[in-house]
Design a protein around this ligand. Structure first.
Ligand SMILES: C[S@@+](CC[C@H](N)C(=O)[O-])C[C@H]1O[C@@H](n2cnc3c(N)ncnc32)[C@H](O)[C@@H]1O
Length: 315
């Protein structure tokens, strides 16, 4: 089993929709922007390079190993990195004595680096402990879920968060196999899932959806997203923008509905922004990325004049 020695010193993650994020958040001198998912620092550094000496980008991440990569990527730039969940953004800003900000970015999910590090247990491509916590101080690992939950609870998670139609079959098999020996590694879980699914595999490994579901549950990803969506107008200055990149249809739906139903926000992207062909060719991970952007109304008593999405820099 590989362990920490597989950690590469530099990031393998490529920031998705980088030009689009910079265009829509339109960073300029003096702005304060929070990157709630700093990761390897790709977006953070591009934004920080444009806020000038009086501006700042606050980068948050739940994973200290990712923050170490972000620190390297942002050295010399006006960036403050904080180990925190983005759902704690209000408290982080309070501590930094910042009232509201001009931009918020969330690039949801996990980074290619985390996936690549077998010791973190996100991947079935290489064997590792069944962990999947973004924050190593988190209470619950994927192994805890897989060995402790009932078959019904597991099936619900795999169905809801993985949209896996064979969820009941997989959950039953997990429960049978764990009676023999607890399931503690990614390779064993992947094998159990593969054995539970009838017929031949398609292009996607059948373990993919179950791993995604467990990761979402372990990290309570939808709860964090719902929490910040509820706070978004309180965090933004009037005219400030929130840009959210999601990779999962259930996340994108939450962002879409929350932006649309918030009377203090003007949705700038009527359709989600997706990667251009050149980015898709260079980075297959960009395939499922969807970016939505909203702006806090200048006059909170009513929506502002409509923004032209073809000219995202106009403020
Ligand atoms: C897709 S990566 C971000 C990549 C980054 N934009 C870049 O350019 O390198 C997502 C990051 O969000 C972090 N993350 C996930 N959920 C989080 C949360 N609730 N709060 C803070 N960080 C979170 C993960 O640890 C991971 O590093």
């Amino acid at each position: 089993m590989s362990s920490d020695h597989d950690h590469s010193p530099s990031a393998v993650h490529r920031a998705v929709l980088l030009d689009e994020v910079v265009a829509w958040l339109a960073p300029r001198d003096g702005m304060i922007i929070v990157d709630g998912t700093a990761g390897a620092g790709g977006h953070t550094s591009a934004l920080a390079a444009k806020v000038g000496p009086t501006g700042r980008v606050i980068g948050l991440d739940r994973d200290p190993e990712m923050l170490a990569l972000a620190e390297k990527a942002t050295s010399g730039l006006p960036v403050t990195l904080v180990h925190a969940a983005y759902s704690e953004m209000m408290d982080v800003l309070d501590d930094l004595e910042i009232d509201r900000v001009d931009g918020i970015l969330l690039d949801l999910g996990l980074s290619s680096d985390q996936l690549h590090w077998a010791s973190r247990g996100f991947s079935f491509a290489s064997d590792g402990p069944l962990d999947m916590r973004f924050d190593p101080n988190g209470d619950t690992t994927a192994a805890d879920l897989v060995n402790d939950l009932s078959a019904d609870e597991l099936a619900d998670i795999i169905f809801q968060y993985g949209e896996e139609r064979h969820s009941r079959r997989i959950a039953r098999r997990i429960v049978e196999e764990r009676r023999v020996v607890p399931i503690t590694t990614t390779a064993r879980l992947a094998e159990i899932v593969r054995k539970s699914i009838p017929g031949k595999w398609g292009a996607i490994d059948p373990a993919t959806r179950t791993f995604q579901a467990l990761r979402i549950k372990v990290n309570e990803e939808f709860e964090h997203l719902d929490s910040i969506l509820a706070d978004i107008t309180e965090l933004l200055n009037p005219g400030g923008r929130a840009a959210i990149i999601s990779f999962h249809s259930l996340e994108d739906r939450r962002v879409k509905h929350s932006f649309r139903d918030n009377s203090e926000l003007n949705v700038l992207t009527k359709k989600p922004v997706v990667a251009a062909d050149a980015e898709l060719a260079a980075n297959p991970r960009a395939r499922s990325a969807k970016l939505r952007v909203a702006e806090r109304c200048l006059d909170t008593n009513g929506p502002p004049s409509h923004q032209n999405p073809a000219n995202p820099n106009a403020r």
